[in-house]
Design a protein. Structure first.
Length: 452
């Protein structure tokens, strides 16, 4: 009799949230924990939210079920932010995170949910003050920032978590059990795709492949544009940048790959034991120096590791998809977003084994990987002395680096050279030995007055 342990989920939910987390969590007394900011497990954390009008609101609502929200910070006190202020009337309010951290000494932990380009500077400031940090994905805006945050979190011994919430789900655990059981044999190829940034003309997430706006409307009274700009080059304010639509601009965001990659790559990296790629290739629609392309394909090659053969991971965005393989029978939809593992015995397309004959004959292993208490709950428990959270910065840093390497390969300045050679990456030196001109995109010079 075939054992049925598979949990069916929608393809969009899978691609946007799939990942794995660590197993059980163990609480130990606070007095045996080194480092600043650790409190007794029985106590409540005093949490500050930085960037609270979007994803930060959901982060706070989850954490507020068990912890104290004592401070709220956002550069734009618009109606969305005012609504969050009203949810936590006792929390002190700020526009500048630096002032908040200077003045309010009772903060134990911070949640950073600002635009990508300010993740690193805010997280680093909190880490240096011994605060535990939860930072939304992608962890940083540049490869260098990811490396620096990873090292700082380790040095200051604070509890960290990146906001790729799907890593705490059960389905990726079942997927790992199946793949490690040899369900589809040896895997040398994985494909990942998303329809972002667009879901059709009537439903656009944010603009990509567009030129910078030429008009200069006035800055809203609620917004501190200088604080929003932070380390990025100063540009005139425009609603094409804020609120929300900053993600497609090189100055502020990391595009479709940065948005979804830290979600969809997570389970692939855990299951197949990946870390840094050796080479990256990229092709895209026409690009400019202002925004990410409308659609792209990025291919990463990883070396052999821990008994596994070399792997090629290919990313598609803007509605592009990989070609259909023979095992994908007519009538099976690949969907607007998905993950396809290609093995020597068959395929796994999102949550199904292919061909159908393999699905019918394969007996799934009994579940053995423990469930997570929840993504944000992992972080809370880690703050109180428990096991490191599943996407702590030791894990999330290298994952983010890999995602952002793809964006470097898409830079318009490298387009011509990338047409006849791959980009080789040296993770120890944080450089590209075969294309030194690409090194400039590992990081950038911050605007005067800002530093990491």
């Amino acid at each position: 009799m075939k054992t049925e342990n598979r949990k069916k989920i929608g393809r969009r939910a899978f691609i946007e949230t799939s990942a794995l987390a660590v197993g059980g969590l163990t609480i130990v007394p606070a007095h045996v924990i080194a480092g600043l900011g650790h409190i007794a497990p029985s106590d409540k954390l005093n949490v500050a939210g930085i960037g609270i009008g979007g994803m930060g609101r959901g982060d706070l609502e989850d954490v507020a079920q068990t912890e104290n929200i004592v401070a709220l910070c956002d550069v734009d006190w618009n109606s969305s932010v005012e609504a969050v202020f009203n949810l936590y009337p006792k929390a002190k309010r700020y526009k500048d995170y630096r002032i908040m951290l200077d003045r309010q000494k009772d903060i134990d932990a911070v949640i950073v949910a600002t635009p990508d380009h300010t993740h690193a500077i805010i997280s680093m400031e909190a880490i240096r003050r011994g605060k535990h940090v939860y930072t939304e994905k992608p962890l940083t805006h540049t490869v260098y920032e990811a490396r620096m945050l990873t090292e700082a979190a380790r040095r200051y011994k604070v509890a960290t978590q990146m906001g790729n919430q799907g890593q705490a789900g059960d389905w990726p655990r079942r997927l790992q059990e199946m793949i490690h059981d040899g369900a589809i044999g040896t895997i040398e190829e994985v494909h990942v795709w998303t329809d972002r940034p667009n879901r059709g003309l009537a439903d656009t997430y944010w603009p990509q492949g567009v030129n910078r706006p030429a008009d200069t409307p006035p800055v809203p009274d609620t917004l501190d544009w200088d604080l929003f700009t932070g380390p990025a080059p100063m540009r005139p304010y425009h609603p094409s940048y804020h609120p929300f639509r900053w993600r497609g601009w090189l100055d502020y965001g990391t595009g479709a790959l940065g948005d979804i990659g830290c979600h969809s790559f997570d389970s692939i990296f855990r299951i197949l034991k990946l870390k840094y790629p050796t080479t990256i290739q990229a092709t895209s629609t026409l690009v400019n120096g202002d925004s990410f392309p409308l659609a792209s394909i990025v291919t990463y090659d990883f070396p052999a590791r821990e008994g596994m053969p070399p792997l090629r991971l290919t990313w598609y965005d803007g509605g592009l998809r990989p070609p259909r393989l023979a095992e994908i029978a007519p009538g099976i939809q690949m969907g607007a977003g998905g993950v396809l593992y290609v093995g020597s015995k068959g395929l796994i397309l999102d949550d199904r084994l292919l061909p159908q004959s393999l699905d019918d004959s394969y007996e799934r292993p009994e579940p053995y990987l423990k469930s997570s208490p929840g993504h944000r709950q992992e972080w809370i428990l880690a703050c109180k002395g428990g096991e490191p959270a599943g996407s702590n910065f030791d894990w999330a840093g290298p994952l983010t680096e890999t995602v952002l390497l793809g964006n470097i390969a898409l830079r318009p300045e490298l387009r011509e050279k990338m047409s006849y050679q791959s980009l080789q990456f040296d993770p120890e030196k944080l450089s590209f030995p075969n294309m030194p001109e690409a090194d400039q995109f590992i990081h950038y010079e911050y605007r005067s007055g800002w530093s990491l």
